[in-house]
Each structure stands twice: as C-alpha cells, then as structure tokens.
Design a protein around this ligand. Structure first.
Ligand code: TEU
Ligand code: CA
Length: 538
C-alpha cells in the first residue's frame, strides 16, 4: 500500500478462469500456454491487469479453490516456468498479473491437513479447527459445516465443501506460513492478489461471528505489514458478507488494508432475502439502481470500490440483467457495460463478457460439474423438491453458467481446443463467438473497447461524483458524474421497449459514445430499447 501509487484506480481488470479460457494441448482443459497465446487479444480490449483464478496444485473439488500445495502449479494448467513466461510476456505488453489467494481454507489433500488428521497431538493439528461437538453452522455448499473425522474422533470445520477444511487463523504459526507463501509469489514478480473470502479470516467460530469477525482488522493489518506494504501491487478482497461502511474502512487509503473489495449487494437482488441464492425473485431495476447509488454515495470521499456484474461464481450478466435473445443480446450487453462501468470504481470484466457470452440450460443434471450446484441438487431431491423447480434455479444461478469454455470462433469446440471439453461448450457458439463479434461494427467488443478507451482518458470517470437521475423509474438507469472540470451523463434503458422522458435539462450535452443513433434532449426524448449512451456537458 503506497498512497503515491494509485494506477489500479483507473485500470481495467480482466478475469481469466483458466479451466475455460483456452486449451493449447487438446486435453479439453484450458491452460497457461493457452492464456499466453491470447495476450494480444486481451491487450487489444484495453486491459491493464489480468486476474487469474487459482492455478495452484489442487484435486479440483472446487475447481482450484481447494489448494493442496500453494507453491506448486497444477500440471493440468502447466508448470512454474510457464507461469514465469506468462509474467514475462504479459509485462512486455504492459499487462500486470494478479493471482487468486485462497487462504480461508485448503484442500483436505494438503499435507498440513493430512498430518493434522493423523493424531490430536500432531504439530499440524492446530492449523485447522477441531471440536468434540459440532454447532449448527451450515456449509455454503449445503449440509453441516462440521465433518466427523473417524480416526481422531473430532469434527473439523469447513464453511465450504467437506474437501475444504478451514484454516485456523488464530494460530500464529499458520499465519506466518501463509505470509511466507504470499511473499514468495510477490517476490516472483506477480502484481498482486484477489483474496478469496478474506472477510472470513477474522472469525470467531464459537460465537458464530464468521464474516467480518472480531479479529478481521488486526489480521488484515498484519497481512499488510508483513506482505503488501511498500510493494507496487494491487489487492482486491472478496468480502461477500461485509457492509459498505466496513468496506470503506478496509480500503481507506491511509488506514485501510486493501486497495478495494468486491461488494455483493447488487448480485443478491434476484433472490428472496434471507433464503439464499437459489430462491429466485424477479429483478427490480429500481432497486438495482438504488443499491448502486447507495454504494456510490458511501464511497464519495474515501475508500475505493470495484465494479463487476459477473465472475466465475455469478451467472452471465447479459442473461441475468439484460436480454440474451438474438435481437437484443448485443445491445443489452453494451447497455450493461455502459451503466456499470460509467460509475466510480475499478472495472472488472469476466472472460467472455466482452463478446456477450450467455448462460446455459441443460435439463440433464449430469452435464453440470460445479460442486455447489450438485450438492444443492442432491439436497433438494432429498427434501422432496420437484426437478423442474430445482432446474429453474440452476438455469438462473448455477455457477457453470459462466464457466463454459470461451467461444473463440465457430469451429469445433468453439475454437477453445481440439479435445473433448471438461464442461460442454454452449451450443450457441455457431453464431455467438469472438471472431463474429469483433468483425461486427455493432458488436459488443468494438463498443466496449471504445467505451474503455473513453473512460481511461476522461478523468471525471475516475473521480467524478455520482448523482442518480430519475431514481424511481423502473427502466432507465441515468446518472451524472461530475468533477471540477466536466460533467458527463450516462444513460441506459433496461427494457426492450422504447420509453419517453423529459430530458430537456440535458440540452447542452453532446454525445461521446452511443450504442445506436444518439438521442435528442427534449421534453419528450424517445429512448429506444436497450439504448446506452455517454454524453458530456458542453
Ligand atoms: O466464493 C465465495 C463466495 O462467497 C461463494 O460462496 C459464493 O457466494 C458462491 O460461490 C455463490 O454461489 C469464493 C470463490 O469465488 C468460489 O469460487 C469458491 O467456491 C469459494 O470462495 C470457496 O473458495
Ligand atoms: Ca490443456
């Protein structure tokens, strides 16, 4: 953390899910050489930083978020020299690389856990959390968060899968092993980390304070002092359970610990509050706008936030908030880009979003691979739920939606690789693919590229204050951003139909970028379905 280095505020981050980006050797699994072969593509979009989902050694129960050796690269992705070569090739192009850091838990195949479960007095026992009696805490991936271990007759704690035992952050020995590992990767030349569920490392399990627990600040402080301070890196903490106010404290430039966090308020709006992610509710655009406005307000002075629609856990944005039917897909994807990334914060784009990739629907549960989805399905069947109802939730929210192989072109396997892919390719690759999209002047990629170029060169996007216009309207997301020198207006129509508004107060604004013919600002401005535009005050 260094107050003089704030390049990450105006950087574009691109998330790669290595399993599904590009397969270089035909084994059906994406890999590091595959990533290297597409660095120019990534650079062409205007990307500054690549975030790699985990590539460490892992039995892949949770696709790499279950690490069995923090120092080794999973051979399915490549070797350490591939990683070094990736860093070199990326840096040569002015691209930085951040890695995923998963330290709330390890894999149950990690040598620490294997030793820990040998006996109660094993030196590694205290690297994990053991109790004689389980509490009623449940796992994020269904079932109890405690699993009985026959050999030593105690329960171990796992907030995620049974194969992902939680590390015991109360143990200073464990903490220092982790810091050593972090410094190893930073010394190797990586440019920072995305920290997986890092809001959980301050937890106090016995009084059920999990996210944002009593020890979070002191642990983040220790992490900062031991690993991050004085390095020219960026850090983004995934903090699903934290309040906006706390996110602001944690990212305070002076006294904070991380550059930014991922906030999840906006991604929970299509679920029934308190019933978890699978209980579906229709999205209310007004609520979505107001949620963003609240976050923008909170970060008005101090702290820093990230902007994202989607990632490897969240379904595809265009299928979720836009419209993935053919006549609307590209326009609505452009609209979503415009309204989200016009706001204040660091933009994160998830692979495939830039060409408007969509979610999947398969009525056959065996075509799904995600542990969260499969566990939920089995659980729901046991509870007597009807299959069509379960599948409806999976279509809407299942994590495999965003994990299907990248659609490069219209050849075999969408050009992802020659072998049978680990997860089925979305059959729409015949018409939805990167080559097709980039060749289309009305494509998502060409628009997004222009948009990010504009964003980067107009300082008001980085610093300008946010003001929501027409907060009670259910279709139009419109706001201004203003600083001392400029004011811009960002407009997006979330509906497929045209709507009419009195926009006469914006008469002195001129278009900078629109996804269809620019609109006129009159008392009766017609805004076409999925229109998006950025305007600037003359
Ligand atoms: O996700 C943490 C997290 O909050 C998930 O529980 C998320 O809510 C869920 O995936 C939504 O369906 C991180 C990683 O991003 C995820 O891929 C991992 O499975 C999880 O941590 C465990 O490491
Ligand atoms: Ca491969």
């Amino acid at each position: 953390m260094d107050q003089n280095r704030t390049w990450w505020k105006n950087a574009l981050i691109y998330q790669i899910y290595p399993l599904s980006f590009k397969d270089s050797n035909g084994d059906g699994i994406g890999d590091i050489p595959g990533i290297i072969s597409e660095l120019d593509y990534i650079k062409d979009l205007g990307v500054d930083v690549i975030w790699l989902s985990p590539i460490y050694l892992s039995p892949m129960a949770d696709n790499g978020y279950d690490i069995s050796d923090y120092y080794k690269i999973n051979p399915m992705f490549g070797t350490l020299s591939d990683v070094k070569y990736l860093l070199k090739e990326a840096h040569k192009r002015g691209l930085r690389i951040i890695m995923d850091l998963v330290v709330n838990h390890t894999s149950d195949q990690h040598v620490w856990f294997k030793k820990a479960r040998e006996s109660r007095d094993n030196p590694y026992r205290d690297y994990y959390v053991w109790r004689d009696q389980p509490s009623d805490i449940t796992s994020v991936f269904s079932g109890p968060a405690w699993t009985y271990d026959e050999k030593t007759k105690q329960y171990y704690f796992h907030l995620f899968a049974t194969q992902q035992p939680d590390l015991n952050w109360d143990n200073p020995k464990l903490r220092h092993e982790i810091y050593q590992m972090i410094n190893y990767w930073l010394d190797l030349g990586i440019d920072g980390f995305r920290l997986d569920v890092i809001d959980l490392i301050g937890k106090s399990i016995d009084d059920k304070r999990l996210s944002d627990g009593p020890f979070l600040n002191e642990r983040l402080q220790e992490l900062k002092e031991t690993c991050f301070q004085g390095r020219d890196i960026m850090t983004v903490g995934e903090m699903p359970g934290i309040s906006i106010r706390r996110a602001k404290e944690i990212t305070d430039e002076k006294n904070g610990f991380l550059n930014m966090t991922f906030q999840f308020a906006h991604v929970g709006l299509d679920e029934i509050p308190g019933q978890g992610k699978w209980a579906l509710k229709k999205l209310n655009v007004k609520q979505l706008k107001q949620t963003f406005a609240q976050t923008q307000n909170e970060f008005k002075n101090g702290g820093w936030n990230s902007l994202f629609w989607s990632n490897h856990d969240q379904p595809r944005a265009v299928s979720r908030y836009g419209n993935d039917l053919k006549p609307y897909r590209k326009k609505s994807a452009q609209m979503l880009f415009t309204v989200l990334y016009g706001m204040k914060g660091t933009p994160f784009v998830y692979q495939g979003e830039e060409v408007g990739m969509t979610g999947i629907k398969s009525s056959d549960i065996s075509s799904y691979k995600d542990i969260e989805t499969i566990n939920m399905y089995n659980d729901a069947i046991k509870q007597g739920k009807k299959i069509p109802e379960i599948m409806k939730s999976i279509y809407a929210k299942g994590r495999d939606n965003s994990r299907t192989p990248f659609q490069w072109n219209d050849t075999t396997n969408a050009g992802f690789g020659s072998g049978k892919t680990w997860l089925d390719v979305n059959p729409n690759y015949a018409y939805l693919n990167s080559v097709e999209d980039r060749a289309d002047p009305k494509g998502v990629f060409p628009y997004v590229k222009k948009f990010f170029n504009l964003r980067k060169n107009l300082p008001v996007f980085e610093k300008g204050n946010f003001k929501l216009f027409l907060p009670d309207d259910s279709y139009l997301f419109a706001y201004t951003r203003s600083d001392d020198s400029d004011t811009i207006l960002v407009v997006g129509n979330f509906d497929k139909k045209q709507h009419i508004y009195d926009l006469s107060k914006f008469q002195d604004y001129t278009p900078l970028l629109c996804n269809s013919s620019p609109i006129d600002f009159t008392k009766k401005t017609k805004i076409p379905g999925y229109f998006a535009g950025v305007f600037k005050r003359k």
